[in-house]
Design a protein around this ligand. Structure first.
Ligand code: PEP
Ligand code: MG
Length: 566
């Protein structure tokens, strides 16, 4: 049994699909020619079929130029100069197919790489790709590719990138397990919005699991069991069934109000990463979107998304949400989220470096495209623009002014812009929590980003499972920062939400309610459970409990107090 961190609730039993690139070790040996040729030809067919499937799945997601790369790969596999020479070498020298493949490929790669014309130099990369795939098939090694999965599996990986997660087909991906990461790493967050059970931060996972092993993934108690005994299988299949039944029973909360027993109303809204996630928010009774992480638009692309691409995405979300508020966060890139096509400076501490609003204020060209797209889309619903990682009032003022200038520019061009969008900020740096009363004079709203606020308050990397014990949102120190932020907003008649993972935590919600939080934004899959809890509590009691919690000294004491109060 391998322990990890339960990141997205559920229990599943399925085979492991290991997302790990195989390493190839090729040595020359003499071999049975006919057998090698047959293996080689079969591998060639499989290679061609893979490329065709990957290309078909990519249609609509990639540009025509990018799709053309797959055609180039298919052409390589059909080129008699290339594959013909391999066959010849196997026959003439009676050697193994993988070795012949490597020899011939290297010859072409060297030839192309030394050419002056950049077009031909790029062909070397095509040959490398095709030859790697071909060699893997010859050797019977599986090259993992999420778009090729066609049976129910649990994905096992070191980590999953947002674009990996975006490719997951929910019909086949029953769950996933990763070696690194914590509850607030981005793979965990995506798992929750896709409602796929996930356990992350499992030490030694890749060493202990083989492709095809039978796995139990228990993302309630946070572990993975490898090749379980029959009675364990039975036990966990039942646990999975009970979990599914519990989930179904919560559906009656979908249209209920988010209101306490003594009639205090709050808003329960969803966090999304892509326009597709809106469906999950609506089907789980979300009253709005409290955080749209727009960086996924940038991370799933091979170049900066255009104004038109962005406008379409924002418009879709706003239209689907109707009159409900939609908080769109401007680009929050950097830290653990980098872009292949945008070089970042090398820094010792990227989480403390050039990222988010710092980058946007430094790159008005990038920020302008997003500001224009957002404001153009503003007429389709209730837009709230939110800046990430604000540390000083100077930054907030500059970002707000940038939006207001863009607004003027668009109107001068005769383009319609809404008159009542809001401009707010995330509070995820302790400095802005402490100075919240001042920020509230100029911001329309706050949303507390506890994933980062905890990381920066505790000086504990949110990606590191070694210091995961310091992820303590219920530590009284954090509760005091949260209280300052909420009180700061209310002192100026502004609203305060929370979009960090803490907002959907069953033990945290009662305290946050008592502290006066107005809006709770969470993974869609947590909304119904939280609504049920809110409806069972008295605001008056939770206020008294929260006051007490602020005076305690450890997270453990707070947890005990909450458990005794709900
Ligand atoms: C946060 O920091 O709490 C937050 C919501 O933003 P992200 O997780 O995207 O950094
Ligand atoms: Mg953050």
């Amino acid at each position: 049994m391998l322990k990890g961190i339960a990141a997205s609730s559920g229990v599943v039993v399925a085979k492991a699909y290991k997302l790990e690139q195989p390493t190839i070790n090729v040595v020359r040996r003499s071999a049975d020619v006919e057998k090698e040729i047959a293996n080689f030809k079969a591998a060639l067919v499989k290679t061609q079929r893979d490329i065709e499937i990957i290309k078909t799945k990519a249609i609509g997601k990639l540009t025509d130029d990018e799709l053309a790369i797959f055609d180039a790969h298919i052409m390589v596999t059909q080129d008699p100069e290339f594959t013909g020479q391999m066959e010849e070498m196997i026959r003439n020298e009676s050697i193994n197919a993988d070795f012949a493949c490597q020899e011939v490929s290297n010859m072409f790669i060297n030839m192309f790489e030394t050419m002056d014309d950049p077009y031909f130099r790029e062909r070397a990369a095509d040959i490398k790709d095709v030859s790697y795939r071909l060699q893997c098939h010859i050797l019977g090694l599986i090259i993992p590719d999420l778009s090729l999965i066609n049976e129910e599996v649990i994905i096992v990986a070191n980590d999953l990138t947002p674009s990996d997660t975006a490719q997951l087909n929910k019909a086949f991906t029953k769950g996933f397990a990763t070696q690194i990461g914590g509850r607030t790493s981005h793979s965990a967050i995506m798992a929750r919005s896709l409602e796929i059970p996930a356990v992350v931060g499992i030490n030694g996972l890749l060493k202990s699991v083989n492709h095809g092993d039978m796995l139990v993934l228990d993302a309630i108690d946070g572990f993975v069991m490898v090749n379980p005994e029959a009675q364990d299988l039975e036990h966990y299949r039942n646990k999975a069934k009970n979990f599914a039944e519990l989930k179904a029973s919560l559906k009656i909360m979908k249209d209920a109000e988010s209101i306490t027993l003594d009639a205090h109303k709050v808003e329960l809204v969803g966090n999304i990463g892509t326009p597709n996630d809106v469906e999950g928010v609506l089907s789980n009774g979300g009253e709005g979107v409290g955080l749209y992480r727009t960086e996924f638009l940038y991370m799933d692309a091979t170049a900066l998304p255009t104004e038109e691409d962005q406008y379409e995405a924002y418009k879709t979300v706003l239209e689907k949400m109707g009159k409900r508020p939609v908080v769109v966060r401007t680009l929050d890139i950097g830290g653990d989220k980098v872009l292949s096509y945008l070089p970042f400076p090398h820094e010792m501490n990227p989480f403390l470096g050039y990222r988010a609003i710092r980058l946007c204020l430094d790159r008005p060209d990038i920020f302008k495209t997003q500001a224009r797209a957002l404001l153009r889309a503003s007429v389709y619903g209730h837009l709230c623009i939110m800046f990430p990682m604000i540390a000083t009032l100077g930054e907030f003022r500059a970002a707000k002014q940038f939006i207001l200038d863009t607004d003027k520019e668009l109107r001068a061009e005769g383009i319609a812009v809404s008159d009542d969008y809001e401009i707010g900020m995330m509070v995820e740096i302790p400095a802005s929590a402490i100075l919240a009363d001042q920020f509230a004079k100029e911001a329309d709203f706050f949303s507390i980003g506890t994933n980062d606020l905890v990381q920066y308050s505790m000086a504990a990397d949110r990606m590191s499972e070694k210091v995961a014990y310091l992820y303590q949102p219920l530590n009284p120190s954090l509760l005091r920062l949260i209280k300052m932020t909420i009180d700061g907003a209310h002192s100026q008649g502004k609203w305060c939400g929370m979009c960090g993972e803490m907002a959907g935590d069953e033990l945290a919600a009662p305290v946050l309610l008592g502290l006066g939080l107005d809006e709770f934004s969470m993974s869609a899959s947590s909304i119904l459970q939280t609504r049920k809890m809110i409806r069972s509590l008295k605001y008056k009691d939770m206020k008294i409990m929260a006051e007490k919690a602020l005076k305690l000294s450890t997270m453990e004491e707070v947890v005990e107090l909450v458990k005794a109060s709900i």
